[in-house]
Ligand binder design. Structure first.
Ligand SMILES: Nc1c(C(=O)O)ncn1[C@@H]1O[C@H](COP(=O)(O)O)[C@@H](O)[C@H]1O
Length: 161
C-alpha cells in the first residue's frame, strides 16, 4: 500500500511525542512513514521531502518539532499537501516556543496546529485520519467507530459515579 501519511520530526528526541500520532495511524490502519527531517540540520532533505510528497502520493504530512519549530511551516511553504504541526514540549519554555513558532504562520501558507505534546500528537493522527476519511469511506467509518467507542466510555464512566 502506498504511504498516505508522512510523519516527520526535527529530531529523534521528538519520537516520545510523535509516537502517539503513529499509534493512531496504526489503530486506524492508515499507511505511514516516519522520518527525522530538520529545517535547521538537514535543510536540503527537508526541501526534497516536501517537494516530492505530493508526487509520492502522500495525502497529509504530520510534522513535529520543538523550540524554534520551523519545520512544519517550512515544509508547508514547499508543498500544498496539508501539514499538521505538532508542538513538541521543550525543556526551556515548556513548548510555548514550539507552539508559537508553528501556529503564527503568515496568511497564505497554512499549518494546522494542534496542542503541545502527547494530546496534540494524538489529535494530529486523528486529524490526518479525518482528512483521509473525507475521500476514503473505510477510514471514515473506522474514525466514526472510534468516536462511538469513546462516547460510550464517557457515558459509562458517568453512570458509575
Ligand atoms: N525545531 C527543530 C527543527 C526544525 O524546526 O527544523 N529541527 C530540530 N528541531 C528541534 O530541536 C529540538 C532539540 O533537538 P535535539 O534533542 O536533537 O537537540 C527537538 O525538539 C527538535 O524538534
Amino acid at each position: 500500500m502506498p504511504v498516505q501519511v508522512g510523519v516527520i520530526m526535527g529530531s529523534k528526541s521528538d519520537w516520545d511525542t510523535m509516537q502517539h500520532a503513529c499509534e493512531i495511524l496504526d489503530e486506524l490502519q492508515i499507511s505511514y512513514e516516519k522520518k527525522v527531517v530538520s529545517a535547521h540540520r538537514t535543510p536540503d532533505l527537508m526541501f526534497e521531502y516536501a517537494e516530492q510528497a505530493a508526487e509520492r502520493g502522500i495525502k497529509v504530512i504530520i510534522a513535529g518539532a520543538g523550540g524554534a519549530a520551523h519545520l512544519p511551516g517550512m515544509v508547508a511553504a514547499k508543498t500544498t499537501v496539508p501539514v499538521i504541526g505538532v508542538p513538541v514540549q521543550s525543556k526551556a519554555l515548556n513548548g510555548l516556543d514550539s507552539l508559537l513558532s508553528i501556529v503564527q504562520m503568515p496568511g497564505g501558507i497554512p499549518v494546522a496546529t494542534v496542542a503541545i505534546g502527547k494530546a496534540g500528537a494524538t489529535n494530529a493522527g486523528l486529524l490526518a485520519a479525518q482528512i483521509i476519511g473525507s475521500f476514503d469511506e473505510e477510514v471514515r467509518s473506522r474514525v466514526q467507530a472510534r468516536r462511538d467507542r469513546i462516547r460510550s466510555e464517557v457515558l459509562e464512566s458517568s453512570d458509575s459515579l
